[in-house]
Design a protein around this ligand. Structure first.
Ligand SMILES: CC(C)[C@H](C(=O)O)[C@@H](O)C(=O)O
Ligand code: SF4
Length: 467
């Protein structure tokens, strides 16, 4: 029977699948961070258990780290964050797990460093106690977020009990206009399908527009599969994938790499493979997208207006939209490109890779951040920061008036002190615009890196195609 890519990876990792039992899956790579692992390690200590295969586990400190240049432990904003960081350091040492600490040369957001270092490779199962683990799926990986009790289980056994998810094919065709990128596809997809369309499903992104994306763009798309409610997102490996992985630090090399690449090329779905659900999406006419509300499905065209809740016939949806507009401080009918912003945040595991920064820098070069706007760039990893500095990009951002920071999750989740104050409006390249996500009372609008850059310069949401 023809199989989907998900089926192939699943079949290759099922350890036990008996009727009436939850299937047991082997996990190849386990990434951990300071925010969701302390209790898991504490559980092992309590039961006197070691980590079963420490060489498959990598720990990184990303959520609670300050991003101020030259950061030290003393810069960490609160005692709770200090405890998280120190606990991760202690656990890594005590359990023999490799640690990428706050100022390690390889530090970065867990979902940026996994692919970057070749820790996450095509065909693998990858887990992390973090919902956006789906990002790694861009390489043709079944990568998913797990809860802290599951983190403990995987540490102890290298296996995960997992109900087999359903499969969904989102086929994206067409060619992107200049200035429109993977983030706009992701937002348009959630706008169209809704924030729960993917529930219980693993999404395989197929189609010409997907394979025309770089790996970075595919990561943006897979990252946001979670915001469409999916368990995971993935893209079949092609030659772009093979070339991306070649030469990565922990990827195989030489003849072993060629053998592995041959297997990765077989991962794509067989012709005629059946999915439980299918959705087509065309991006030929896609324009830059901006969220106006408090979930990632509340999206408008940059050329559009804030929608009127009164036009919504479903009373529940209408109330939800009214509440969102009130929180966001917006009136129906307002032109999106007339909404002024206070802050621009370029960062997060959605959009902080080198390509994202390049997409933004292009619109910043030779221009200035609008007066009164706070603009921040937080590279996704130390490697991204070094490369951007070597390319002169950091200077471009600084000359325009952006702050250039150290890597971490930063204002995506505001756990480290980088945050919005109440009422502050932000154009953000991250993935969640929930109430209070970037600070209590803060107002988040999700956009692409190019739109964020253009917006910083204009001081209001701006269409890059006009620049
Ligand atoms: C802190 C962590 C549990 C959380 C997640 O799982 O996604 C965070 O990374 C987020 O983006 O909200
Ligand atoms: S950058 Fe944001 S979305 Fe990504 S792992 Fe960190 S907090 Fe979660």
């Amino acid at each position: 029977m023809p199989r989907t890519m998900f089926d192939k990876i699943w079949d290759a990792h099922v350890v036990r699948d008996e009727p009436g039992e939850i299937p047991m899956l082997y996990i190849d790579r386990h990434l951990t961070h300071e925010a969701t692992s302390p209790q898991a390690f504490a559980g092992l200590t309590e039961r006197g258990l070691p980590v079963h295969r420490p060489e498959t586990v990598v720990a990184v400190i990303d959520h609670n780290v300050p991003t101020t240049p030259g950061r030290r432990l003393i810069d960490v904003i609160d005692q709770q964050s200090v405890v998280c960081i120190e606990t991760m350091e202690d656990n890594a040492r005590d359990f023999g797990v490799r640690l990428l600490g706050m100022n390690d040369d390889d530090q970065g957001i867990v979902h940026v460093i996994g692919p970057e270092l070749g820790l996450s490779l095509p065909g693998m199962t990858v887990v992390c106690g973090d919902s956006h683990t789906s990002t790694h799926g861009a390489l043709g990986i079944f990568a998913m977020g797990i809860g802290t009790s599951e983190v403990e289980h995987v540490l102890a056994t290298q296996c995960l009990l997992q109900q087999k998810p359903r499969t969904m094919n989102i086929r994206i065709d067409g060619a992107l206009a200049p200035g429109v990128s993977a983030k706009d596809i992701a937002l348009a997809m959630i706008r169209r399908l809704g924030t729960d369309a993917g529930t219980h499903h693993v999404i395989e992104f197929t189609g010409s527009a997907v394979h025309a994306l770089s790996i970075e763009g595919r990561m943006t798309l897979c990252n946001m599969a979670i915001e469409a409610g999916a368990r995971a997102g993935m893209v079949a490996p092609d030659e772009v994938t093979v070339e991306y992985v070649r030469g990565r630090r922990y990827a195989p090399s030489g003849e072993l790499f060629e053998q592995a690449a041959e297997r990765w090329r077989q991962l794509a779905a067989d012709p005629g493979a059946r999915y439980d659900a299918e959705h087509p999406l065309d991006v030929d006419d896609l324009v830059p997208q901006v969220t106006w509300g408090t979930n990632p499905g509340m999206v408008a065209d940059i050329t559009g207006t804030v929608p009127d809740p009164a036009a919504e016939s479903d009373p529940v949806l209408r109330a939800e939209r009214e509440k969102a507009l009130e929180y966001m401080g917006l009136e129906p009918g307002r032109r999106i490109d007339e909404i002024p912003v206070d802050t621009v945040f370029i960062g997060s595991c959605t959009n902080s890779r080198l390509e994202d920064l390049r997409l933004a820098a292009e619109f910043v070069a030779g221009r200035k951040v609008a007066p009164g706007v706070r603009a921040i760039v937080v590279p996704g990893s130390m490697a991204v920061r070094r490369a951007a500095e070597a390319e002169g990009m950091a200077d471009v951002f600084r000359a325009a008036g952006f702050e250039w920071r150290e890597p971490g999750c930063s204002m995506c989740i505001a756990m480290n002190g980088d945050r919005l104050s109440a009422g502050e409006r932000c154009a953000s390249t991250s993935n969640r615009n929930f109430e209070g996500r970037q600070g209590k009372g803060g107002r988040t609008h999700l956009v692409s890196p190019a739109t964020a850059a253009a917006t910083a310069v204009a001081g209001r949401f701006a269409d890059v195609r006009d620049l």
